[in-house]
Design a protein around this ligand. Sequence first.
Ligand SMILES: Cc1cc2nc3c(=O)[nH]c(=O)nc-3n(C[C@H](O)[C@H](O)[C@H](O)COP(=O)(O)O)c2cc1C
Length: 190
Amino acid sequence: MQDKQKKAAAVGTVAAPARPIDARHFRTVLGNVPTGVVAVTATGSEQEPVGMIVGSFTSVSLNPPLVSFLADSLSSTQAKLQAAGRFCVNVLAADQERLCRKLAARGSARFDGVRWAPSALGNPVIEGIVAWIDCTIDTVIEIGDHHLIVGRVRELHTVSDRTPLLFFRGSYGDYLSNADRLLDRLLDWR
Ligand SMILES: Cc1cc2nc3c(=O)[nH]c(=O)nc-3n(C[C@H](O)[C@H](O)[C@H](O)COP(=O)(O)O)c2cc1C
């Protein structure tokens, strides 16, 4: 048994040939993994709303309640989120693609015309979303060219039964439940 374990460990340590990975190829292959789309928001030094669209959001731990996302180290918004020491995760609804594109665009006009109200922590909660998760920043870890930002959940709510906005192979989409797909097949709509 011990020998087997040693052998497995030895196989695991065989170094893969150091081949550079092409950035476009990396993005294309990783684009096969569908993600949710959330807007991570806070307020800046003048109490103005700040935020960015994130596909890397995930829950981390129930006890203590932790969630996380990965932010590009070069993102100016992630620096503002870190300075605020808190953030709110706004889970976007499938009919909020336009809002998503606006919040992902470069520049300072991201929140122009966007309706929101402050959470108890002071983070923007955007109108029309599916759910929100309000956090204080617990831990920040530098990984490669990103920061893993871990939030301690302080309050969270589902506010709508709309379906969430999804991102897959470079496009936005809506969630179709198995029942929807079954109906499609039965009625031969495809
Ligand atoms: C669907 C989608 C998912 C994204 N996911 C992430 C992400 O997980 N992390 C990240 O740093 N940027 C992500 N971005 C890019 C940011 O939304 C945004 O472009 C970036 O914050 C712009 O940099 P700035 O904050 O300096 O303005 C994503 C963009 C889109 C459209």
